[in-house]
Write a protein that binds this ligand. Structure first.
Ligand SMILES: Nc1ncnc2c1ncn2[C@@H]1O[C@H](COP(=O)(O)OP(=O)(O)OP(=O)(O)O)[C@@H](O)[C@H]1O
Length: 585
C-alpha cells in the first residue's frame, strides 16, 4: 500500500465530496436494512392470523398493505441514495483519474530526451492509460464498495445480533470462506487477464505494423507469410482468452453455492431454534434469509476489492517509477535572459551516455548574431549533435557553449527555447491541418503570416493546389505529403516563429536543387538579424554561409568561407568537385 500513498493528496483534495458520499452510503444502507424487517413483520402478522392470535382479517390486510407501502418507500429511498453514492464516489474517481493522467503527462513532458530513449513509447502510453485506469478502480469502485460493505455490515450485523445472536453466528460463518474464495479467484482472473492483455497488445502492434508497412509487404509479396504469422499469434491469443473464460465461469457458481450453504444453515438452525422456542417468530428466519442474500455481494466484494487494491498498487509502483525520475536538463534561472544570438563553442566534447559514442570532440567555433554557419560532414560526424546541444536537448560532457557570452546553463531555458526555430532532419507533422502545423511555431499568427511563411519556404503553391488548401488534414486519415513538401512545411513552421536562432538540420535533402536555391535565397532575406545554422550534405546549401565548418568523426577538420575551402585541399573541395560534376552530368 506504500505506493498508493501517492494518491492521498487527491483524497484530501476531494475530501468534502467523499464525506458526503460516506453519509449518503450510510443513509442508503439503513433504508436497505429496513426492507427485511418489514417482510419479517408481514410474515409475523400472517403467522399470528394462522395461529388465531389475530382474528380481524381487515387488521391483517391493512397491516400487510402498510408493510408493502413501507417496503416500496424504503426500496425507493435506498435506490435513490445508492444512485447518489455512485454519483459521488465514481465521479470523484474520474476526477482523480483526470488529475493523475495530467500529472503523469506533465511530468513526461518535463523529462529529458534520454528518458525517451531508455523507455519505449508503448510503455509510456500504457502507464498513462492502463495503469492509471487500474488505479482508478482503487479510488473509485474499490473505495466505494469498501465503504458500502463496512456500513452494511455494521448496520445489518448489529441488527441481526440484536434479534438472534446465535443464529447470526451460524449465518455469517460461511461468509469469510466466500470472501477468501472470491479473492483467490480474482487473483487467478487477474493473472490470466494480464496474459490476455499482453497478447492483445502483441496482436495490435503486429496488425498496426503490418498495415503501416503494407507497401513493403505487397512489394515483397509476403502477404501469405504475414497472414500465417497473424494466425499463429491470434491462435495463442484465443487459447489465453479461453483459459481466462474458464476461471471467470467459476465466479457466479461459486457465489451461488456459498449463498446456498448460508441459506440452508439459516433454515436448518433457524428452524431448530424456532421449534425449541429460542426464536419466537417465523418472520425472523425470513428476515435472516433476506439478510444473508443481502450480505453476499458485499462479502464477495471484499475478495474482489483486495485483488483490485493489489493491481492498483502494482500499477501505482510503475507510475511512481516514472514520476520519481527527475529531468536531466532543468531550468535553474528564474529571471528572464535576453538573447541576441552570438554563439560560441569552447572546447566542447559530448558523449551520448546510452551508446557511449563521443559524437563531438573538442569543438570550438564562434558565430555572431546575423551570421549564417554551414555545417558539412559525412553521416555520423556529429552535425545534428551540435544543433541538439544549442537547444539544450543535452548538456555538454565538457567544454562550454555560450550565447552572448553567457554559459547555456545560466540562460533561462524557456527563453532559450523560445528564441530557437528548429527544423529537424525527419520532418514531423501532426495529424492536423497544414495551417495548424505551420502555426505550431506561433499560435497567434494570422492567416497572412502563415501564407507568408509558406511562401518563404516555397510550399505555398503546393498547398493551394490541394482542394482544401491550408485546411488540408495531414497524417493517417489525411493526405500523405511528399518528403520535400513535409520538409518545407516544417521550415515554414520555424520561419513563422521569427526566432533569433534558426537551426536547419539537413532539412532540404528531399528538395530539388532549384527549389533549394529559391529557399536559400529567401532564408538569406529573413535571416539578416538571425543566427542561422544550416546542416547539410550538399555544398550548394551552405556555399553562401558566412562560415562553413567541416566535421569528421566529431572533430572540426576544416573551417572558413566557401571560397577559402574550395581553394584548400580536403573534404570540402573534393565534395564540391564531385557535386559540381554530378550537376554537369
Ligand atoms: N540519440 C542518440 N543516442 C546515442 N547516440 C547517438 C544519438 N544520436 C546520434 N548518436 C551517435 O552520435 C554520432 C553523431 O551523430 P549525429 O546524428 O550528430 O551525426 P550527423 O553528422 O548529424 O549524421 P547524419 O548526417 O547521418 O545526420 C553517431 O555516431 C550517432 O550514432
Amino acid at each position: 500500500m506504500r505506493a498508493l500513498r501517492h494518491l492521498n493528496k487527491y483524497f484530501l483534495k476531494y475530501k468534502f465530496r467523499l464525506i458526503i458520499g460516506l453519509i449518503i452510503t450510510i443513509v442508503a444502507r439503513i433504508f436497505t436494512t429496513l426492507v427485511p424487517t418489514f417482510v419479517g413483520d408481514s410474515v409475523d402478522v400472517v403467522e399470528q392470523y394462522i395461529n388465531n392470535e389475530i382474528t380481524d382479517i381487515e387488521a391483517v390486510k391493512s397491516g400487510l398493505i402498510m408493510n408493502i407501502l413501507f417496503i416500496f418507500g424504503s426500496v425507493l429511498i435506498s435506490a435513490f441514495f445508492t444512485f447518489l453514492m455512485r454519483q459521488t464516489f465514481i465521479v470523484v474517481s474520474r476526477y482523480i483519474e483526470f488529475d493523475l493522467k495530467n500529472e503523469v503527462f506533465q511530468h513526461y513532458e518535463r523529462l529529458s530526451l534520454n528518458f525517451y530513449k531508455k523507455n519505449r513509447t508503448g510503455d509510456l502510453m500504457n502507464r498513462i492509460s492502463e495503469d492509471v485506469s487500474k488505479v482508478r478502480m482503487y479510488v473509485g469502485p474499490a473505495f466505494m464498495y469498501s465503504v458500502n460493505t463496512i456500513t452494511l455490515f455494521v448496520v445489518v450485523i448489529g441488527y441481526m445480533i440484536s434479534i438472534a445472536p446465535e443464529l447470526t453466528l451460524y449465518t455469517v460463518a460461511p461468509l469469510p470462506i466466500l470472501s477468501i474464495s472470491i479473492y483467490k479467484l480474482s487473483v487467478a482472473i487477474h493473472k490470466r487477464s494480464t496474459i490476455v492483455q499482453e497478447f492483445l497488445s502483441k496482436l495490435t502492434t503486429f496488425t498496426q505494423e503490418s498495415f503501416s508497412g503494407i507497401t513493403v509487404i505487397k512489394a515483397y509479396g509476403t502477404e501469405p507469410q504475414t497472414q500465417e504469422n497473424f494466425t499463429e499469434l491470434s491462435n495463442v491469443s484465443k487459447d489465453k482468452n479461453l483459459d481466462l473464460a474458464k476461471v471467470q465461469a467459476l465466479f457466479f457458481p461459486l457465489m451461488v453455492l456459498l449463498i446456498g450453504c448460508s441459506n440452508i444453515l439459516v433454515v436448518y438452525i433457524g428452524g431448530k431454534q424456532f421449534i425449541n422456542g429460542t426464536i419466537e417468530e417465523l418472520g425472523i428466519i425470513v428476515e435472516f434469509i433476506i439478510f444473508v442474500n443481502m450480505l453476499t455481494w458485499p462479502v464477495a466484494t471484499v475478495g474482489w476489492v483486495s485483488s483490485i487494491v493489489q493491481q492498483a498498487e502494482a500499477s501505482q509502483v510503475r507510475i511512481n517509477e516514472f514520476l520519481s525520475q527527475e529531468p536531466e536538463i532543468t531550468n535553474t534561472v528564474t529571471e528572464n535572459t535576453k538573447i541576441n544570438g552570438n554563439i560560441s563553442f569552447e572546447n566542447v566534447t559530448f558523449t551520448y551516455d546510452d551508446t557511449n559514442i563521443t559524437a563531438l570532440k573538442n569543438i570550438s567555433f564562434e558565430i555572431k548574431n546575423g551570421e549564417t554557419i554551414g555545417i558539412l560532414g559525412k553521416t555520423g560526424s556529429g552535425k545534428s549533435t551540435i544543433l541538439d546541444l544549442i537547444g539544450r536537448l543535452y548538456d555538454t560532457s565538457s567544454g562550454e557553449i555560450k550565447i552572448d557570452n553567457i554559459p547555456l546553463k545560466n540562460i533561462n531555458l524557456e527563453n532559450l527555447r523560445k528564441v530557437i526555430g528548429y527544423v529537424p532532419q525527419d520532418a514531423f507533422l501532426f495529424s492536423d491541418s497544414i495551417k495548424n502545423n505551420i502555426k505550431f511555431g506561433n499560435n497567434d499568427a494570422t492567416d497572412e503570416e502563415v501564407y507568408k511563411a509558406a511562401k518563404y519556404s516555397v510550399v505555398h503553391k503546393n498547398i493551394i493546389g490541394f482542394s482544401k488548401g491550408y485546411d488540408t488534414i495531414l497524417g493517417e486519415r489525411g493526405i500523405t505529403l511528399s518528403g520535400g513538401q513535409k520538409q518545407r512545411i516544417s521550415i515554414a513552421r520555424a520561419i513563422i516563429k521569427d526566432p533569433a536562432i534558426l537551426l536547419f538540420d539537413d532539412c532540404l535533402s528531399a528538395v530539388d536543387t532549384e527549389t533549394e536555391e529559391e529557399i536559400i535565397g529567401n532564408l538569406n532575406k529573413i535571416s539578416e538579424n538571425k543566427t542561422t545554422f544550416i546542416v547539410s550534405h550538399r555544398v550548394s546549401t551552405v556555399k553562401n554561409a558566412d562560415k562553413i565548418i567541416v566535421l569528421e568523426g566529431g572533430e572540426i577538420t576544416q573551417q572558413g568561407t566557401h571560397n577559402q575551402l574550395i581553394n584548400a585541399e580536403g573534404y570540402y573541395k573534393n565534395l564540391y568537385l564531385k557535386q559540381l560534376s554530378e550537376k554537369e552530368i
